[in-house]
Design a binder for this molecule. Structure first.
Ligand SMILES: Nc1ncnc2c1ncn2[C@@H]1O[C@H](COP(=O)(O)OP(=O)(O)O)[C@@H](O)[C@H]1O
Ligand SMILES: [Mg+2]
Length: 441
């Protein structure tokens, strides 16, 4: 993980840096926001930013957004200042760490805020076969296409391949092609020169240059617009890129791993995906089976997630009852490993004992309704409404589901308790009725 520290962190920057180093992170430091932005634009990159509470966090967050640099910001300050912490979160920080830094807390925040490179847990013979093949092709320079249903672990696999490759000490950079609007994806991939378009306030290095010498993960490649596919083809074929608004081609040395949960060959037939690009990317195809087709992975994965969420939430380890084990292995897992992970996470929070029962796993109707597709539900309940309306209902609904326990609710929602508290205050200020137990504590 790459950590960028901005400012003195109230005098604790060196200690924080040392802790980060012992957690295996690479650390860079900047004294001002301008300097930090300069470093981020230049392609050095960061997976998490720690910033001194006394600096202008709102300004940093605003400028990161303007330049579409996506990195979680964590504010660091002195503990006796709860109001400042709230302000930092309101300004857009994801978390607040009080100084002097506590090594355990720093580790927990790192793993919660930044997506950690996870290990590839497996036990099923199908996966052993697949990994035998992966271990063979990983050290080669061949581009790889990783396919499989959503949640099967395509990103985990891509990271595994990179770490087993000769490029493992070079950067592993990923870009989700579906998450970024088409008009911005080009500059995200190839970078841009200052003034290339409105809003291009400075030169910005793209993912290709950032990943130079290493591996570039193009996640959900099927969603890339054909016009950009042509540019990507040139980059892959000729190993040169053009920054948007730039005049000199730039040499790059990149291995590409692409993922898709759609059948790309089908997309080729439908003229949605270029055939020549398909063959360039699909030198090797690694197909991840659905979780239901590798049942022997289910128990080891469950054990792995129990440990993960016990550590993360500082909870005791819990054991699955016999019935719970039976239910887990016979369940259909349409959302694959991601669904299993979420199910275990929730069960860890709901369980009152040191065991996880069937009800902790499947007690909620949204999980039990295995047969019904969620699609019509989404359309009936969500489309035509604003994000903030839906967010409000989700927050209040989750909170009442958790009987007003904010820690649990925030965990299930995937937001910090501070963010939750601020949202609730906002709602109650707007005169919305919030279950009274939810405002305490
Ligand atoms: N074999 C595995 N071992 C451990 N965790 C896994 C494994 N496969 C998937 N996961 C976890 O499941 C979630 C979904 O995985 P991801 O790679 O994002 O799936 P996909 O990209 O196929 O949708 C992630 O949180 C990931 O860490
Ligand atoms: Mg994915």
């Amino acid at each position: 993980m790459r950590v960028l520290i901005i400012g003195l962190l109230e005098g604790h920057a060196t200690t924080a840096a040392q802790i980060a180093l012992t957690k295996g992170a690479k650390v860079a430091q900047s004294s001002t926001i301008d300097e930090a932005l300069e470093s981020l634009r230049s392609g050095k990159g960061a997976d998490i930013v720690l910033i001194d509470l006394s600096l202008d966090i709102a300004d940093l967050v605003k400028r990161l957004k303007q330049e579409r640099i996506s990195v979680p910001v964590v504010a660091c300050g002195i503990a006796e200042n709860p109001k400042d912490a709230g302000n930092a979160i309101r300004a857009g920080a994801k978390e607040y760490i009080s100084m002097p830094p506590d090594p355990e807390l720093i580790a927990a925040v790192f793993s919660a805020v930044a997506k950690q490179e996870s290990s590839l847990v497996h036990q099923d013979p199908k996966m052993f076969e697949l990994i035998k093949l992966v271990d063979k092709i990983a050290p080669s320079e061949a581009n790889v296409l990783v396919t499989g249903e959503s949640g099967t672990g395509k990103e985990v696999m891509a990271s595994y391949i990179h770490h087993k490759s000769k490029r493992s000490d070079r950067p592993f950079i990923s870009l989700n092609c579906a998450a970024i609007p088409e008009s911005l994806l080009e500059s995200e991939l190839f970078g841009h020169e200052k003034g290339a378009f409105t809003g291009a306030v400075a030169r910005r290095i793209g993912k290709f240059e950032e990943a130079n010498g290493g591996t570039l993960l193009l996640d959900e490649i099927s969603e890339m617009h054909p016009r950009l596919q042509a540019k990507l083809l040139r980059a892959v074929q000729e190993r040169v890129i053009d920054r948007v608004g730039g005049s000199t081609p730039i040499k790059v040395n990149i291995r590409i791993i692409a993922t898709s949960n759609r059948d790309l060959l089908e997309a080729v037939k439908n003229n949605e995906f270029r055939e020549d690009l398909y063959f360039r990317l699909n030198v090797v195809n690694i197909h991840l089976p659905a979780l239901r087709d590798r049942p022997l992975d289910i128990i080891p994965l469950s054990a792995y997630f129990i440990k993960k969420y016990a550590d993360l939430n500082r909870l005791p380890m819990r054991e699955l009852t016999k019935d719970a084990l039976k239910k887990l292995t016979s369940y259909n897992w349409r959302g694959n490993v991601r669904e299993l992970e979420n199910t275990i996470h929730r069960a860890m929070l709901l369980s009152q004992e040191n065991t996880i029962e069937v009800e902790d796993l499947f007690g909620l109707p949204d999980v039990v309704e295995e047969e019904s597709s969620t699609q019509p539900l989404v359309e009936a309940l969500l489309i035509g409404r604003t994000v903030s309306e839906v967010e409000k209902e989700l927050i209040i609904g989750t909170l009442s589901h958790c009987l007003g326990n904010r820690t649990h609710a925030a965990n299930i929602l995937g937001i910090s308790i501070r963010t939750l508290r601020n949202k609730l205050r906002e709602y109650s200020d707007a005169g919305i009725n919030i279950p009274s137990h939810a405002l305490k504590g």
